[in-house]
Design a protein around this ligand. Structure first.
Ligand SMILES: [Zn+2]
Length: 236
């Protein structure tokens, strides 16, 4: 859009100059050209930055999909760079992302949130509450979510409990209440934990990289799958 406007002004000024080469039209041409050039450079830079992060988003989005941790349009990923959050687009398919699915939003306000994931407020509040976190992953792992109805805290029973000894569950947000409730209460639940669940919804994990946050979420789901299987065996 901005490129289009800059280009239109440039074309208009060029036309005026052709008709009558006055100093006014020459100034108009210079202003129009500079505006167009500025928007072109900014646009290329934004696309380059988005593409730089895209390969990483695509890699871990695909892993979440291949591991059965999301359904086709669920889940979202983000990274924090300074006062900018790069987050997946609302409705995007994490297993099949394109570079235009990576949206830059502000850490400190919602001005650029329009086409970003509806869970962006949760990502933002996590980043604001935990300055050491640089990456957030949200998914709907089925075994962990199934257990979330019956627990307020899940205690893993396998060797990975060295890394994730406890999985807290947010129980105060009804499904219909959506992100506002989760955004308000989830960051304090994380505390010393790196992954936690929302009852009947899914999980958010954090890390310094997308790789680390994705690994934690995957490990947590495996821990919950083992508990689920143990429960099945106990009832035989
Ligand atoms: Zn969700």
């Amino acid at each position: 859009m901005v490129n289009y406007l800059g280009h239109t002004v440039f074309r208009f000024c060029l036309e005026q100059l052709r008709k009558k080469a006055t100093s006014k039209s020459r100034n108009c041409l210079v202003v129009g050209f500079c505006g167009w050039l500025e928007y072109m450079v900014l646009s290329i830079l934004v696309q380059k930055v988005n593409f730089m992060y895209y390969t990483e988003f695509a890699k871990y989005g695909r892993m979440l999909w291949d591991s059965g941790l999301i359904h086709i349009t669920s889940g979202n990923l983000s990274i924090r760079k300074g006062t900018t959050i790069y987050v997946t687009r609302t409705g995007s398919r994490l297993g099949d992302l394109s570079s235009s699915d990576i949206i830059a939003v502000n850490l400190n306000n919602t001005l650029r949130d329009k086409i970003a994931s509806s869970e962006t407020p949760v990502h933002r509040e996590i980043y604001l509450a935990h300055p050491d976190v640089a990456s957030v992953v949200h998914a709907h792992p089925p075994h962990a979510t199934a257990l979330s109805w019956d627990y307020t805290t899940i205690q893993p029973i396998d060797s990975d409990s060295l890394y994730i000894p406890e999985i807290p569950v947010l129980t105060d947000c009804p499904y219909g209440e959506g992100s506002a409730c989760v955004a308000k209460h989830f960051p304090e639940l994380l505390g010393k934990h790196t992954v936690a669940l929302i009852r009947g919804h899914g999980a958010f994990s954090v890390g310094t990289t997308l790789e680390q946050a994705t690994a934690r979420l995957s490990m947590m789901e495996n821990q919950c799958r083992l508990i689920y299987m143990r429960k099945l065996l106990e009832h035989k």
